[in-house]
Design a protein around this ligand. Structure first.
Ligand SMILES: [Zn+2]
Length: 326
């Protein structure tokens, strides 16, 4: 039934949704005047971005849409298109960016990821987006702070579906929905440590990493109902989500992708501001970052579109230093 899915639930449709975004290397085939025109257009776009400071968030969403082939099988193709979101009706959720991790490689990457996540949060906040910090199982660290109290005090709101009551790893958990989602494209059954010496699994995290600022007006919660209440109270329909790890908590936590999509929210993953627990020695035997890209594609096929941080920050998408692909 997947090919029958109506993607209108994920944002407004667009007339040029199928047009791919040109890459820098595409420009080399243009003549000099054409290249200059491109430069002018780029400058114009930057000016438009500045002019939009107080207006709508202009986002370039990507998803993977199914096409039926002659033999009846499905092939998924990337599809880009513009979406405008009202920042006042948008939240940015930061998932499980803890101060520590049992896997040293994962912990190192979180330190690296924290800076662009923090910049993205600042840019979003400045535009009027509600920033929600969700360091699962660590919210008691923030007990009695205004940001934690704000989440606890939000008026109880009834979601259109019963939120999952299952639990995993210390919070409510939304497992894959039968018939909606294919198998994950990576084998994470070894928990995904890709360090030379296998790290011992334990729970060393105590709080969100200090490199991400928590500011006036933000909220702190690791609970799907609390997050739903916060969103309902402010009339927020749109959620941007970033953080770790995409194959686990960013999909499964009760405030994260699966549950929010099922509860009727329009969700978009910030795909360059995430990471996976994936060991390249496991199926499908690709490097760590290609593994992450495969899970991003999985999300775009079955759950929600994605954007990159460029839509708010300009510049280039974030890349980990260890990502040696070109
Ligand atoms: Zn490790």
């Amino acid at each position: 039934m997947r090919e029958k899915r109506d993607w209108s639930d994920i944002g407004q449709s667009t007339s040029d949704a199928s047009r791919p975004v040109p890459s820098i290397s595409d420009l080399s085939r243009f003549s000099r005047p054409a290249a200059l025109a491109v430069v002018v257009l780029v400058a114009w776009a930057a000016a438009a971005r500045a002019a939009d400071e107080a207006g709508m968030l202009k986002l370039n969403r990507r998803l993977h849409v199914p096409e039926q082939r002659g033999d009846g099988s499905l092939v998924y193709k990337p599809n880009w298109g513009p979406i405008e979101w009202d920042p006042k009706k948008t939240a940015f959720i930061i998932c499980d960016m803890w101060d520590q991790h049992w896997c040293q490689g994962a912990a190192r990457r979180v330190v690296e990821l924290a800076e662009p996540v923090n910049k993205f949060a600042h840019a979003a906040r400045k535009r009027g987006v509600l920033v929600i910090h969700a360091p699962s199982t660590c919210v008691d660290f923030y007990k009695d702070t205004p940001e934690r109290r704000r989440a606890q005090a939000a008026t109880l709101a009834k979601p259109p579906v019963v939120l999952s009551q299952a639990t995993r790893w210390g919070t409510r958990w939304c497992y894959p929905v039968e018939g909606r989602e294919g198998e994950l494209p990576i084998d994470d059954s070894d928990m995904g440590c890709d360090c030379a010496t296998k790290c011992e699994i334990r729970t060393p995290w105590t709080r969100q990493i200090k490199l991400i600022d928590i500011e006036d007006g933000d909220a702190i919660s690791d609970d799907g109902q609390e997050v739903y209440n916060l969103l309902a109270e402010r009339g927020i329909d749109n959620v941007l989500i970033a953080g770790v790890h995409l194959n686990m908590c960013v999909l499964g936590r009760s405030f994260a992708i699966r549950q929010l999509v099922l509860a009727g929210k329009k969700v978009m993953l910030v795909r360059d501001l995430t990471d996976t627990m994936y060991n390249a020695k496991s199926r499908p035997f690709v490097d760590h970052f290609t593994g992450t890209d495969l899970v991003v594609e999985h999300v775009e096929k079955y759950w929600c579109p994605t954007i990159t941080s460029v839509d708010l920050l300009g510049g280039q998408p974030f890349r980990f230093a260890e990502d040696k692909r070109r």
